[in-house]
Design a protein around this ligand. Sequence first.
Ligand code: FES
Length: 514
Amino acid sequence: MKLNPFSTESVLPEYSKSYWLDSAPPRSFPPLKEDLEVDYAIVGAGITGVTLAYLLTAEGHRVALLDAHEILSGTTGHTTAKVTVQHDLIYRELIDNFGVDQAALYYKANREALEFMRRTAAELPGRCDWQEEDAYLYAQTVKGAGQLQQEYEAYRQLGIPVEELDDVPLPFQAHKALRLAGQAQFHPMAYMNGLVERIVAAGGFIFGHTQIAEQVEEGERPVLSTMEGKRITCRHVISSSHYPFYDGLGLYFTRIHSERSYILAVKPSSEYPGGMYLSADEPKRSLRAVTIGGEPYVLIGGDTHKTGQGEQMDEHYRHLEQFARQTLGVESIAYRWSAQDWVTLDKLPYVGPLTSSHSNIWVATGFRKWGMTNGTAAALLLRDQLLGRPNPYGELVTPSRFKAVPGLQTLITENADVAKHLIKGKLEAGSREADQLGLDEGGVVQVDGKRAGAYKDPQGNLYVVDTTCTHLGCEVNWNKGERSWDCPCHGSRFDYKGEVLEGPASKPLKRIEV
Ligand code: FES
């Protein structure tokens, strides 16, 4: 639809759908139907799991890659697909918290991941739409410009080749930017699908729709079980499922939290100058070009918030649409989608043994929206650790690290937030009956005087669920933007029928018959 540039009428698509998944859907794999013995069992088929499976099968190892849903349908299929070491404002903070040497290691690990992806993409069909681009962090406020100045000094301390610009090549006003040359953007599903074909060709096993139970039989040869009772015996278990499917007394639910962010594929009414941009100011705004159906579009992302918390969640898409109108102009919007990311207490990923007492159960999580390079770096590190090779990055991201500042402060704040939402949810009751909902409307209702959640689909079918999250008992909230139930405590998400979309919960919400 072509929009009058002066119109304020929303042209948002009604439903979420990722352009990446729509234009290059992942291959579908059947569930595991029989017991299996492998060297490495990898749980979670996003960028980390797929890259690791690719690396291990390429060296002749027997690998099973398992996912509770269709492979690659999680965060990897919903990224902005910027391949860059410019991870928002981070290097100043890393230097302050960990010192120059550790901050430099973070940069190097991500730089190596970028180079690995560049080489790999060049070998895959169509080069995965790989395009070299500059990355920019830009500021529109005095505060943002001050933060950029500090970040610039951090780049210089670390020897990162950066350029400071007062004249920012954006078609809207910005005070200042930091430019990193030699970064890239690509089609993430073209890349991932290419790796999947290589895993299969090398004899790797891939299973979709295979949920792994939360318990692992630990030992020299750990055993995983699927919800259907099939057993996978292996030498090493690797959890690359964002939230670790097995906690193993690692207390991950106290150490990571999830955030959601939003993306629109906008056909602008003005010319986009190229480059990958991210604002230093809040609310965050991310921009990059993409070609859809031969036409130039811009992916506009941002409006991050903690999962299950905040205002009516379809409003986030409207905020991005408003930003697009004010900056580039909007002819049409082809896609909208959202993504979930995990953040650790100190913002560095957790990659390595699940706890200090585990030697054959491994985890990779906490990529803080920068999963393209962080997820690839995690796979490269795990490959080396699993095969007993030296790698300089293990200590930096080991999940067993503990640093009092900022870890302890954040630990207290995060867990106070969980407690607040646990209590708040229990006190909130619905004021309506389920059948008072309109078509395509969901929300908290009362059933027999008790809190419940209901959604009435466009055909008038009613789906009522118990809103108590099956993870640790917080009350889930209705996400109008995605028609899902989202938990404000640790980020589990359920579809309107109550089926699990994202963990840590592994069991569906209880259905209520009305
Ligand atoms: Fe932990 Fe819901 S995700 S209580």
